[in-house]
Ligand binder design. Structure first.
Ligand SMILES: Nc1ncnc2c1ncn2[C@@H]1O[C@H](COP(=O)(O)OP(=O)(O)OP(=O)(O)O)[C@@H](O)[C@H]1O
Ligand SMILES: [Mg+2]
Length: 106
């Protein structure tokens, strides 16, 4: 099952995502939670200590490659998890997509 949570700012997306991830994991499902928010804080909801949050790994820039046939991933999900994932409470695996420290050129 793939589940995407989107919506209005401050409407509870992070709270419901973290709660559902932890409940599903407790029930025995393998859960990979991906925080795509440019101001990521799902880790906190997943029980990662606050002092670790600013140092969590993020996805590498070379994860996507443009080819004449289109865009493709350069790594498998398992490879990405091995290098970028962290463990949250209740056995949830978390990937933080990005955590920009300052405004850039995009
Ligand atoms: N069911 C709820 N009842 C009351 N308060 C809630 C509920 N769900 C979330 N909140 C509170 O509402 C605020 C916003 O929640 P949350 O951060 O989950 O929203 P968000 O949609 O992820 O926000 P953002 O758009 O800033 O990422 C938080 O203070 C949270 O504790
Ligand atoms: Mg949020």
């Amino acid at each position: 099952m793939n589940l995407a949570i989107v919506g209005k700012g401050g409407s509870g997306k992070t709270s419901i995502s973290g709660t559902m991830a932890r409940l599903l994991s407790r029930r025995g499902h393998r859960v990979l939670a991906i925080d795509g928010d440019p101001n990521p804080n799902l880790a906190l909801t997943l029980g990662v200590p606050a002092e670790r949050i600013d140092t969590l790994p993020t996805l590498p820039r070379d994860l996507l490659e443009r080819t004449p046939e289109g865009t493709r991933f350069t790594k498998t999900v398992d490879e990405v998890c091995a290098s970028c994932a962290v463990e949250g409470k209740d056995g949830v695996t978390l990937i933080v997509m990005a955590n920009p420290k300052k405004a850039g050129t995009g």
